[in-house]
Design a protein around this ligand. Structure first.
Ligand code: NG1
Length: 400
C-alpha cells in the first residue's frame, strides 16, 4: 500500500519518489536556554519526525510541497546566497538548509520533494530543526554526498540562523545524532553527542499548552533578548572578577575557571534585576544538567524528577519564559503522580515534559486530560497534543 507521501508525490510530479529522508523532533529533558551559553544540555530524539520523500533532479531547482494544505508549495534555485521569502514563511527553513549545505559541500543538483511532519509546529519540539536536517539530507542524498551527522548538525545550527533566530545548536545535534533508547548529553565547541540509555520504566509525557511560540515570528524577539541579556550579564561578571574577556567568552569558560557557587556570588555582587536573574538561571541550570545525567546513569528517577522541578522553577522565576498554561500543566502532571515536570524548549508557549514510572503514566495522562484539555478548544485527537515520548534514532536517508 502506498503511503500518503508516495501518493502525493506521484500526483504532484508524475513519478514515484526514489529516496526518503527523515529527521526526528526532540524533547529537551533538562538544560534549557543554556546551549547558547556553551553549556551541555540533555535532550532526547522522539518518534515524531519530519519525512521527505524526494527524487533528485538533473537541474538545480528545489520543488517542495507538503501533505498539509496549510503550507503552500514552494520552489527555488540551489545556491550559496538564496534570497529569503517573507518573514515567517515555512520555505525559509528549506532555503536555510540548502544554502548552508551548498556553502559547505558545493552541491549543485536539486530535487522534487513532498514533506510530511508529525512534529507539532511551534511547540518547543524542534519541528524547525527536524525540517532543516531532513532537507539537508535530501540535498546531500540528491548529490551522493554523505555528511557526517555531527558535522552536519554543526553546519545546520549556523544555517538555521537564516530565519533570524540565533539558536544554540542543541536541536540540530540531537535530531542528527540521537540514538534509539537513549537521551544524550550534548556538548558544544566542539560539538559532541554522548548517548545515555534511558532506564527501563522511565516514561516521559509530553503535553502541549495549546499556545504556539512561533520562533520565526513573535517569540523570536523574546528569545533573542534573553540571549543578549545572558551575554551582557556574563561580560559584567567577567569584568567584576577581573578575568580576561578574550579568555572567558562563554559560561562554559567561566565555569571552568570558577565554581558555580563562586560564580553565583560574583553575580550577586555585580548584577541586579533581570540580568541577575538570567545569570542565576544559566549557572544553576548548568549545574542541574550535570546532576541529572548522573541521576539517569544511576537510575535515580526521583533525583532526576527533582532536578526537572528545579529547572521549571528557575525558568519561570528567573528566566521568565513560562506562561500560566505551562505552569498549570506542570502542576497537574505532578498531581497525577509525575516525579518531575517542566516546560521544555524555549517556552513562552509550547510543551511541558513530565517524568513518571510506567505504572503511573496512565494517571498522569488522565489528570492532564481531565484537568487541562477537557473544556478547552482543540482540534484533532488528544494524541496530537499529548503523548509518551519514545527515545528515538537520529536522522537518516535511504532509497525507497
Ligand atoms: P525550540 O524550543 O525548539 O525553539 C530553542 C532553540 C534551542 C534552545 C532552546 C531553549 C533554535 C532552533 N532552538 O528551541 O537551541 O536554545 O530554544 O533551550 O533556535
Amino acid at each position: 500500500m502506498q503511503t500518503i507521501l508516495e501518493t502525493t508525490f506521484g500526483e504532484r510530479y508524475g513519478t514515484p519518489p526514489t529516496h526518503l529522508a527523515r529527521a526526528p523532533g526532540r524533547v529537551n529533558l533538562i538544560g534549557e536556554h543554556i546551549d547558547y551559553a556553551g553549556l551541555p544540555v540533555f535532550p532526547m530524539a522522539i518518534q515524531r519526525e519530519v519525512r521527505i520523500a524526494f527524487r533528485p533532479r538533473e537541474d538545480g531547482l528545489v520543488l517542495a510541497a507538503t501533505t498539509d494544505p496549510a503550507y503552500a508549495p514552494c520552489h527555488f534555485e540551489v545556491g550559496r546566497d538564496i534570497e529569503a521569502y517573507e518573514d515567517g514563511d515555512w520555505g525559509n527553513y528549506l532555503k536555510a538548509a540548502v544554502q548552508g549545505t551548498v556553502r559547505a559541500y558545493g552541491l549543485e543538483r536539486g530535487f522534487d520533494a513532498v514533506i510530511q511532519s508529525t512534529v507539532p509546529v511551534a511547540a518547543g519540539l524542534s519541528s524547525s530543526s527536524a525540517l532543516v536536517i531532513a532537507t539537508a539530507l535530501a540535498l546531500s542524498g540528491s548529490n551522493d554526498a554523505e555528511p557526517d551527522p555531527i558535522e552536519l548538525a554543526e553546519l545546520m545550527a549556523d544555517a538555521e540562523q537564516y530565519v533570524g533566530t540565533r539558536g544554540g545548536g542543541m536541536d540540530q545535534a540531537i535530531s542528527s545524532g540521537g540514538r534509539a533508547g537513549c537521551a544524550a548529553r550534548v556538548e558544544f565547541d566542539p560539538l559532541r553527542v554522548e548517548p545515555v540509555p534511558v532506564p527501563t520504566g522511565w516514561k516521559f509525557v509530553v503535553a502541549h499548552s495549546l499556545v504556539q511560540a512561533h520562533k520565526s515570528g513573535g517569540a523570536r524577539e523574546g528569545y533573542n533578548r534573553r540571549r543578549a541579556e545572558t551575554e551582557e550579564a556574563l561580560a559584567r561578571v567577567v569584568r567584576h572578577l577581573e578575568m580576561r574577556e578574550t579568555e572567558v567568552r562563554s559560561y562554559r569558560d567561566l565555569l571552568q575557571g570558577t565554581t558555580s557557587s563562586d560564580a553565583l556570588a560574583a553575580g550577586e555582587s555585580c548584577l541586579e534585576g533581570d540580568l541577575l536573574k538570567r545569570f542565576r538561571h544559566v549557572v544553576t541550570e548548568g549545574a542541574r544538567v550535570v546532576r541529572a545525567e548522573a541521576a539517569m546513569r544511576g537510575a535515580s528517577m526521583d533525583g532526576f524528577g527533582m532536578l526537572m522541578n528545579g529547572s521549571h522553577a528557575s525558568l519561570a522565576e528567573d528566566y521568565e519564559v513560562s506562561i500560566p498554561e505551562l505552569d498549570d500543566l506542570v502542576s497537574l502532571a505532578r498531581e497525577g503522580g509525575a516525579v518531575g515536570a517542566r516546560l521544555t524548549g524555549a517556552g513562552m508557549g509550547g510543551c511541558i515534559v513530565a517524568l513518571a514510572p510506567e505504572s503511573t503514566v496512565g494517571r498522569v495522562v488522565d489528570r492532564l486530560a481531565g484537568g487541562f484539555y477537557s473544556g478547552r478548544g482543540w482540534s484533532g485527537s488528544l494524541e496530537d497534543h499529548m503523548f509518551v515520548a519514545e527515545p528515538s534514532e537520529g536522522a537518516s536517508v535511504a532509497r525507497m
